[in-house]
Design a protein around this ligand. Structure first.
Ligand code: 5GP
Ligand code: ZN
Length: 136
């Protein structure tokens, strides 16, 4: 269902213009307005779901299939050297637009460390405890 205050719903409806690089019944793929690298694009389902928790499983499966297809086309056309697929859920995870989307980020040899994070150094006991919490 379209949400009037959602920027991606307004892009899907055509109310806000975008550089669309692919479209089908379920999805639109647009260039990100503030790209991390040349060709940075977003896969956006036409129906409004806030995040991956809300996205139906079949739509999630179709989204990853489309990511694979777009990644291949974009790698051929842009001649990039690698690819990141990123998908943020929740403000703490960096989500700023609360309509599910997947980032397609072409990577180039000289584009810098755009996604570096600082690693933790858990002990074996902490690793075991984390595993226990998740799997029990
Ligand atoms: P998030 O941080 O929620 O994972 O990503 C939101 C992305 O949407 C950002 O990379 C941001 O640049 C992009 N974005 C926000 N508003 C617009 C817009 O109006 N048009 C386009 N093309 N991208 C947008
Ligand atoms: Zn929306």
């Amino acid at each position: 269902m379209k949400q009037d205050n959602c920027i991606f719903c307004r892009i899907i409806s055509g109310e806000i213009p975008s550089h669309t690089i692919y479209e089908d019944d379920q999805f639109k793929v647009i260039l990100d307005v503030a790209p991390a690298t040349k060709g940075h694009a977003l896969i956006i389902p036409k129906k409004h779901y806030a995040n991956l928790y809300e996205l139906p499983e079949d739509t999630a499966a179709d989204a990853i299939k489309l990511a694979k297809k777009m990644m291949k086309i974009m790698t051929d056309k842009l001649n990039c050297d690698g690819f990141n697929i990123i998908q943020n859920n929740g403000e703490i995870a960096g989500q700023t637009v609360f309509h599910f989307h997947m980032h397609l980020i072409p990577r180039y040899e000289d584009d810098g460390e755009i996604l570096k994070y600082i690693s933790l150094h858990p002990s074996q006991e902490e690793m075991e405890e984390t595993k226990r919490i998740i799997t029990e």
